[in-house]
Design a protein around this ligand. Structure first.
Ligand SMILES: [Fe+2]
Length: 258
């Protein structure tokens, strides 16, 4: 029997409910996404939020988000992006977050799988960093159930996707993560956000996925940020106990009436 999990990313919520990012009202979009999740995917066993929760990094914004995600709280996991305040995240989502050093991470065993969330924020920078102590934590976590298929979630993509300005702001120490893969064949995928569009590239034979934002979409293969009018989205995974999985992106059209 498969286990269904959902990933949403790059919410860019702001305290002012009417605030827009590149012409997109991020709160309207998130409500629309959550409506579809509730309607069509409410039986999912985990909702993983992979960073850029609060664009303005305000406590009030995290509190609004907790309210918006109230019916998911028992199934919720949150990790940070470059737009984040780790202390506020812990304050508001306390029981949903595991703190390792100053980073907010998670590690779960579910449906025969291990799901691990990294905090790739490099405070003050747009690019990301895993860091040595978090790498050591990851090595220990990978050793907990080395026979269990494993998925790794983080905000920053670890692989280049072919869009230069975005490739420069990926995980700067991605090599440190990639070099763990040949020794940990149980890792079946790496999944990120940050670049606000869907991609899939391979590191060896491990797919490195990115997922559309719930907020504004970025046009791929550009030399700068150009908003893409394509609707926001999220990603579904169906995980099988034998280590196989299916994944797809679901798009959510936003009505102009908002
Ligand atoms: Fe973002």
């Amino acid at each position: 029997m498969s286990t269904r999990i959902v990933q949403i990313t790059d919410l860019h919520l702001m305290a002012d409910p009417l605030s827009e990012l590149k012409g997109v009202c991020t709160r309207t979009n998130l409500y629309a996404v959550l409506d579809v999740l509730r309607r069509d995917f409410g039986s999912a066993e985990l909702l993983i939020v992979t960073g850029d929760l609060a664009h303005d990094e305000l406590l009030e914004t995290y509190e609004v988000l907790r309210e918006m995600l109230a019916d998911w709280l028992p199934k919720l996991r949150v990790i940070g992006g470059n737009h984040e305040n780790r202390a506020f995240m812990r304050q508001v989502f306390g029981e949903r977050v595991t703190a390792v050093d100053d980073r907010n991470v998670f590690a779960d065993s579910i449906g025969g799988w291990r799901l691990i969330g990294l905090d790739s924020q490099l405070v003050g920078e747009v690019r990301g960093q895993m860091g040595e102590s978090q790498r050591n934590w990851l090595v220990r976590e990978l050793a907990v159930e080395p026979q269990s298929p494993t998925g790794i979630f983080l905000h920053h993509p670890t692989q280049e996707v072919g869009t230069g300005w975005l490739d420069e702001i990926r995980l700067e120490d991605a090599d440190q993560l990639h070099e763990l893969l040949p020794k940990n064949r149980q890792v079946k995928f790496i999944c990120a956000g940050h670049i606000h569009h869907e991609t899939m590239v391979f590191q060896g034979d491990v797919p490195v996925l990115t997922t559309p934002a719930t907020s504004v979409q970025f046009l791929p293969e550009t030399d700068r940020l150009i908003p893409d009018p394509i609707p926001p989205g999220f990603r579904i995974f169906d995980l099988e106990p034998d280590g196989s999985f299916r994944t797809r992106v679901v798009r959510v059209p936003i009505s102009s009436a908002g």
